[in-house]
Design a binder for this molecule. Structure first.
Ligand code: 0A1
Ligand code: ZN
Length: 866
């Protein structure tokens, strides 16, 4: 039996709402039999449209009462739609419903988690709270009153400002909140629970004081100061960079352990996954600290880009997400290390977004249709969306971009708008014509730019001929692609005047550089100026020049990645053909030079440069992926480097020790990253001495970065017996079993291990007390991370696929959003050999044919099956 065919929703079908809601008054009575929600909505008909019945969205609501202007009124209702006919032009609608937050396992709408009740309304969770016009272009001002037992739920929060509170009968209390800003329903939030709070404040540029508060589960206050500092820094940064001041009197962050995503920008009341709030040096890594900075900033930045100006409809999601990711990237780059920030952004894009854009779920940053909007909170909408915004800044410059932002807010503050509106503001402020550029919003797929260089000694010219193609696009019209380039002499010196920003606008186009004395080395796509694949027939010597001398750190890194990529792909082909791969001395020499120059180039950069491209990224470059050969090739190169550079790695390992007290500064983090990379290379040799060294670091580390790096490296040791590995894993769990986020790390160290017995370990861990199918973080750490373990998930016997199918079916009903994310593990199944494909198809069909499959999973699986 199959689920009813779910409806596809199209951008082209957008129509404005038939009714507006001006004010919303909500009353929540939290009781043991459920929560009773009374909604009083001041509504009026949209005079621009012909009269039609009022149709409200709802889901899992028990309707107790409905009145219009105080009078009981007839209505008809299905489980998801309530219709009222014959209404006057303006009226007050009052509904009373009961909801069951304790039974809400989807974590959408109002739900229970440990110490209280929380809400998640984006994208369509508000309809699980009350009957409503649950669409972002319906904006209203809200007042909210909460009633609950005082001892169990001492903290009662909603958006906006606290206006009154008091006690009532039976040990209950109430609190009333008013949000002065009009907002769409997806930005609504409430919290009721027993929580500790860290308070502080921020004085804005114009001298207003904003009260800041971070609420966490009792006992975790000492893990809040980093997030508070991040919030204050974000507020300052947005004033300085974009002139945007906080408009709120109260800005609250609440951390919750059960949350489907990272965090949510509800107006004045952000709700965060604990993962992006809680940090202390002994429980959080350098990367965690930096992620917290970025996510806190991201949600705060949404207050302007998303909340003050919101989306007209969900197809416009990248309007707020691409722009806000770009803003948090820039904040992170300013706060930490701009060089490595860019490198990591591109690494992430290639590992997640490029595969997505080549697979069955490929979509433009502004999709044209969807079945389930929750499936479109993707790397494409977020990360490629941010790249598109970055290209706009590249094309019109930082000042032009800032002027465009001013114009955007001047035009659209308080409105729900489209991506076109944003780009039109940028065009108006800069005079730049973005007509051709709009293709980036409308087409899926990663364009490929192929470049040829021709040096003419006679005319002393160098000509770059660029050809672009995107086989995934619906037509072959060219994109506008900003291509940042420079030319280098063979000795590595930058040719004066050769730094240019080329604008590719035609399918094939040539650019001539004059006064060039000898064949240059072109550096193309500097700073990754566009999200494309860039092909140029580099020689290893040319790449070595760029790795050593390119002043753009991104392209210096890129040269190293190109060298490594070629070696690994060649080696994978050799291994698949039964030959032993060989490694050129020149690569080892280049790596040695990098290690020797770490003091000048920065440890953080060198760590990035010596991290080989990941298997998922490399797999995209193979026509048929042989995961075993690829894995053996990449690790073969790692082992070769370890053998050849053992002295350098050991020396640096000893020399890079951080003596000062731990701080999550980029300088210290860079040293730890390189030192831990040295350790992981040394462990490729798997000698007793190195195992002991890793165990020693594990035991003596005074911070989670070093402790976890040692654990993860040991968890990867392949030898059947490795007592140090077992010891570290057991000790880590014993030490941290009560610290949920650290337990996630423990699970992930095992699910991402390269060991051949990883699937068996993961299976066993699903029945370990540490695992919990109700907690998204645990599922992501154990199951999704296993799905990203290329060599083990894609085992030739199909065991990885069968396991994933089982997990998806165990979860799809309980939490469709998370199950659907797991289903994305199958995105690239057609890139493998026929044997693997047969296993993957069987697993996908088993999921698809499951009775009552959730719409979320069904959309992903049907698209995968094509
Ligand atoms: N808007 C949030 C992300 C988010 C999206 C959906 C959610 O539930 C389905 C939750 C959070 C952000 O970009 O941070
Ligand atoms: Zn966001």
């Amino acid at each position: 039996m199959k689920t009813d065919t779910p409806q596809t929703i199209y951008l082209k079908d957008y129509t404005p709402p038939a009714y507006f809601i001006d004010t919303v008054d909500l009353d929540f009575s939290i009781e043991s039999a459920g929560t009773v929600v009374t909604a009083t909505l001041a509504m009026r008909r949209n005079p621009a449209l012909a009269a039609q019945p009022l149709m409200l969205d709802g889901e899992e609501l028990e309707t107790l009462d409905l009145t219009v202007d105080g009078k009981k009124t007839a209505f008809s209702a299905t489980p998801t739609r309530l219709t009222v006919d014959g209404l006057p032009d303006a009226f007050t609608l009052r509904t009373v419903v009961r909801i069951q937050p304790d039974g809400n396992t989807r974590l959408s709408g109002m739900y229970r988690s440990k110490d209280g009740y929380f809400t998640q309304c984006e994208a369509q969770g508000f309809r699980r709270i009350t009957w409503f016009l649950d669409r972002p272009d319906v904006m209203a001002t809200y007042t909210v009153t909460l009633h609950a037992d005082q001892a169990t739920y001492p903290v009662l929060l909603a958006n906006g400002n606290p206006v009154a509170s008091g006690e009532e009968a039976d040990g209950r209390h109430w609190a009333k909140w008013a949000d002065p800003f009009r907002k769409p329903a997806y930005l609504f939030a409430l919290v009721a629970g027993k929580l500790d709070v860290l308070r502080d404040s921020f004085r804005t540029a114009s001298g207003r004081d904003v009260q800041l508060a971070i609420y966490v589960e009792p006992g975790k206050l000492d893990q809040c100061p980093h997030a508070m500092a991040a919030l204050q820094k974000s507020m300052k940064w947005d004033e300085e960079r974009f002139g945007l001041e906080c408009d709120l009197d109260h800005y609250m962050i609440v951390a919750v352990g059960d949350f489907n995503m990272g965090a949510m920008e509800n107006k004045g009341l952000n709700i965060f996954n604990t993962k992006y709030v809680l940090a202390r040096p002994d429980v959080a890594t350098d990367v965690d600290f930096e992620n917290i900075d970025r996510v806190v900033a991201h949600e705060y930045f949404h207050n302007w880009t998303g909340n003050r100006v919101t989306c007209r409809d969900w197809f416009q999601l990248s309007l707020k997400e691409g722009l806000t990711v770009f803003r948090d990237q820039e904040f992170g780059a300013d706060l930490h290390n701009r060089q490595t920030a860019r490198i990591r952004e591109v690494r992430g894009l290639r590992a997640a977004q490029f595969p997505e854009d080549a697979g069955p779920m490929a979509h433009p940053i502004r999709p044209e249709s969807f079945v389930e909007i929750n499936n479109f909170y993707t790397a494409t909408v977020y990360e490629k969306g941010a790249e598109v915004i970055r290209m706009i800044q590249t094309l019109i410059g930082r000042d032009g971009f800032s002027a465009g932002m001013d114009e955007y807010f001047r035009r659209h503050d308080g409105q729900a708008v489209t991506c076109e509106d944003f780009v039109a503001a940028m065009a108006a402020a800069s005079g730049f014509d973005f007509t051709q550029f709009m293709r980036w919003y409308k087409q899926p797929g990663t364009p490929r730019v192929t470049v040829d260089g021709f040096f003419d000694a006679e005319t002393k010219t160098y000509t770059l001929t660029c050809t672009q193609a995107n086989p995934r696009a619906s037509d072959d019209a060219p994109y506008l692609i900003p291509l940042r380039v420079a030319l280098f002499a063979e000795d590595g010196s930058l040719l004066p005047g050769s730094e240019r920003l080329l604008q590719l606008t035609a399918t094939t186009q040539s650019f001539v550089f004059e006064g060039i004395a000898g064949e240059p080395v072109p550096s193309l796509l500097r700073d990754f100026s566009a999200p494309v694949y860039l092909d140029f027939d580099y020689t290893p010597e040319q790449l070595t020049v760029l790795l050593a001398h390119e002043s753009d750190p991104f392209n210096a890194w890129e040269a190293g990645q190109r060298l490594a990529t070629q070696l690994i792909l060649d080696a994978a082909a050799a291994i698949a053909a039964g030959r032993t791969p060989t490694w050129p001395a020149s690569f080892v020499d280049a790596a040695r030079k990098l290690l020797q120059t770490q003091a000048q180039r920065g440890a953080a950069f060198v760590a990035e440069a010596l991290t080989l491209p990941g298997e998922t990224t490399l797999a995209e470059l193979m026509s048929v992926v042989d995961p075993d050969a690829l894995h053996a090739a990449r690790n073969g190169l790692r082992r070769h480097l370890a053998e050849q550079l053992e002295g350098e790695f050991s020396g640096l390992y000893a020399g890079l020790t951080v003596q000062e007290a731990y701080a999550p500064s980029s300088e210290q983090a860079g040293r730890r990253a390189l030192r831990n990379l040295c350790l992981s290379y040394l462990l490729e040799l798997d000698t007793l001495a190195v195992r002991q060294l890793a165990l020693q670091q594990f035991r003596t580390a005074d911070n989670m970065t070093d402790q976890f790096a040692a654990l993860a490296a040991l968890a990867n040791v392949n030898a059947a017996a490795c007592p140090q590995r077992e010891q570290a894993l057991a000790d880590f769990y014993a030490q941290w079993k009560d610290e949920a986020l650290v337990v996630d790390k423990w699970l992930q160290a095992q699910s991402t291990s390269r060991r051949p017995d990883t699937l068996a370990t993961v299976k066993a861990l699903t029945s370990h007390p540490a695992f919990d199918l109700g907690n998204p973080n645990k599922i992501y750490a154990l199951i999704r991370a296993f799905g990203a373990n290329l060599v083990r998930f894609n085992a030739a016997d199909g065991s990885g696929y069968a396991f994933m199918a089982e997990q998806i079916l165990a979860l799809h009903d309980r939490n469709p959003q998370v199950a659907s994310r797991l289903a994305r593990s199958f995105d690239r199944w057609t890139k493998f050999d026929a044997g693997r494909q047969a296993h993957a198809r069987a697993a996908l069909e088993r999921i698809r044919d499951h009775a009552g499959l959730s719409r979320d999973v069904l959309e992903v699986v049907t698209r995968a099956l094509g």
